[in-house]
Design a protein. Structure first.
Length: 360
């Protein structure tokens, strides 16, 4: 046996070591050369047994120094490799940041705030009250005594048993409108009054495209000396333009409510057809009737009127001295009109793909 197998093993080791790139590959190199069973250095030491006795000590020395050299260099490289390893559970601060998912307010909440903001700027107070109401505040004080046919206009959800409330009379029903708050406020405050009462109301309606058994209403009330129908028109005209845009026009249509006299439904010009009642559809000649306003050019948004003297009498106001107006609108209906949504149920199904489409 000559020196050459030792020299060529050294050369091979240096080439293997140079190409090892990580700790796993270094471990493989260590096994290849130093494993007790099958390692190339171990094989070399065994082969010494067949060398001529005079050569053995020198060859043994050479082989052992190669073994030491391999161990030293492998150890050095392994330490170096482990120092660049990312410890478990650490964060790579060089990665690009992940944006947190930010919550989104519900479009009906956004719209309610917008409506409150418009009226607040006009000097209105925002008041809230109980959803469980008594018959007096929901009906009787609003000029709807027990046998009044107008009660049928608002199919009511009654409680199975009356509930005692801090507000006085036991509650017997889920309020059908927030008008009860107007009574509660007038019972405890003298004119002038300028308020809106937003909140949930309940009616025995089946769920369909335009009805839900629970919806959100905003009612308004203004009472003072010399408050006229012109003030009502001016207030609602300003409100509509603020909410829907300056190009929208408003019209009043005579109507009936028990708690106002005279009463009017308020319409705004239709956004889909610009108030013409006609739309042109791509690929079709001529114009068709607008489906949003049923060809009339107008869509109804709210009810209103001058406060009925009987309501003032119920709260102890002098109906000779004071006049006032009231109005009420459904926020869901306004949402359908404002955003061109065709199915009211979409607002309550909590499908984020729908809800995220509303900015503001
Ligand atoms: Zn239209």
């Amino acid at each position: 046996m000559s020196d050459s197998p030792i020299d060529s093993l050294r050369l091979q080791f240096h080439s293997d070591l140079a190409s090892a790139e990580n700790e796993a590959e270094l471990r493989a190199v260590r096994d290849r050369y130093l494993a007790r069973k099958g390692g190339m250095v171990s094989g070399l030491l065994k082969a010494l047994g067949s060398a001529p006795p005079a050569e053995r000590p020198r060859l043994g020395q050479l082989a052992n120094s190669l073994k030491q050299e391999i161990e030293t260099q492998l150890d050095a490289r392994t330490v170096a490799a482990s120092s660049t390893r990312t410890p478990k559970g650490t964060v790579d601060v060089t990665l690009p940041g992940r944006l947190p998912v930010v919550g989104h307010r519900h479009p009906l909440a956004v719209l309610r705030e917008r409506i409150e903001e418009i009226f607040t700027r006009m000097g209105f107070l925002v008041i809230e009250g109980p959803e469980l109401e008594d018959d007096y505040h929901n009906f009787e004080a609003l000029n709807m005594p027990a046998d009044h046919p107008a009660r049928d206009m608002q199919d009511t959800l009654y409680l199975s048993a009356p509930m005692r409330s801090s507000a006085g009379n036991p509650a017997t029903l889920l309020r059908t409108h927030t008008s009860g708050m107007q009574i509660r406020y007038m019972e405890t405050h003298q004119p002038p009054v300028r308020l809106i009462a937003p909140g949930r109301v309940y009616r025995r309606d089946n769920l369909d495209l335009t009805h839900t058994p629970m919806f959100t209403q905003v009612e308004g009330l203004v009472v003072g000396e010399n408050v006229t129908l012109a003030d009502l028109k001016g207030t609602l005209d300003l409100f509509v333009r603020e909410l829907f845009g300056q190009d929208r026009t408003v019209r009043f249509r005579p109507s009936f409510f028990p708690y106002t006299e005279p009463s009017a439904e308020v319409d705004i010009s239709c956004a889909a057809c610009g108030g013409t009642g006609l739309v042109s559809k791509p690929g079709q000649s001529g114009e068709l009737g607008c489906s949003m306003c049923k060809g009339t050019g107008w869509v109804e948004i709210l009810g209103s009127g001058m406060v009925h003297p009987a309501v003032f009498e119920a709260v102890g106001y002098d109906s000779e001295k004071y006049t006032g107006f009231a109005f009420g609108m459904g926020i869901e209906r306004i949402a359908l009109l404002k955003w061109g949504v065709e199915d009211i149920r979409l607002f309550y199904e909590n499908d984020l793909r729908f809800l995220e489409q509303f900015p503001l």
